[in-house]
Design a protein around this ligand. Structure first.
Ligand code: GNR
Ligand code: NI
Length: 168
C-alpha cells in the first residue's frame, strides 16, 4: 500500500474525463487499496482516481465517524430521487484550506460495481449523497469550485498558486 500524491487545483489534469473500467484486475485492486490509504491519511471522506492522476472511473468514500466503513464505487451512476436539494459546506483534498457552500440533490440512488465486478445499488442521503456527487464530479473533470462565481474561483486559484510557488 502507498499514499499517493494528490493533484492540487488549478492543475489541468484535474480536468481530464475518466474512462470506464473494463476489467477489475490486480492493478485496479492495488489502486483501490492505495486510494483508501491516501483518503484516510488525508482525513478525507472521499477520493477519486482523478485526484491521483489516474483517469479511471473509480472512487472511494467513507462517511462513518469511526472511519471503518469504506465504500468502493467502480463505474458509478446516480439517479436523483426527488428535486429537493441541501446546502453543505464542501471542502476538497485538491483545494486545501477552502470551504464553500454548495447545493446538491439530497437523495440519490447510487449504482456501481464492487471489487468483485458485481453491480449493486444503495440509497445515498446526507453526507453520503454529498460525497458521492462530489467524487463523481471529479471523474468528469469537475471541481466544487465550478459551482461558484468566476470571481470566487479566480481568487482561490490565485491564492493556491501563490502557496505552491512559495513552497518551491
Ligand atoms: O474530505 C473531503 N471532505 C468533503 C467535505 C464536504 C464535501 C465533500 C468532501 S470530499 C473531500 C475529499 C475530496 O476532495 N474528495 O474529492
Ligand atoms: Ni474533492
Amino acid at each position: 500500500m502507498a499514499v499517493l500524491k494528490i493533484l492540487i487545483f488549478p492543475d489541468q489534469r484535474l480536468r481530464a474525463v475518466a474512462e470506464e473500467v473494463l476489467v477489475i484486475d490486480d492493478e485496479i485492486k492495488k489502486l483501490v487499496s492505495n486510494l483508501l490509504e491516501t483518503m484516510y491519511e488525508g482525513n478525507g471522506i472521499g477520493l477519486s482516481a482523478t485526484q491521483v492522476n489516474i483517469h479511471k472511473r473509480i472512487l472511494v468514500v467513507d462517511v462513518s465517524d469511526e472511519k471503518d466503513s469504506p465504500l468502493i464505487l467502480i463505474n458509478p451512476k446516480i439517479e436523483v430521487l426527488n428535486k429537493e436539494e441541501k446546502i453543505y459546506s464542501e471542502g476538497c483534498l485538491s483545494v486545501p484550506g477552502f470551504f464553500e457552500e454548495i447545493s446538491r440533490p439530497s437523495e440519490i440512488n447510487i449504482t456501481a460495481l464492487n471489487l468483485e465486478g458485481e453491480r449493486f445499488t444503495i440509497m445515498g442521503t446526507d453526507l453520503l449523497a454529498v460525497a458521492v456527487q462530489h467524487e463523481m464530479d471529479h471523474l468528469d473533470g469537475k471541481i466544487f469550485l465550478d459551482f461558484l462565481s468566476n470571481l470566487k474561483r479566480q481568487t482561490i486559484k490565485r491564492k493556491l498558486l501563490k502557496i505552491s510557488k512559495a513552497a518551491v
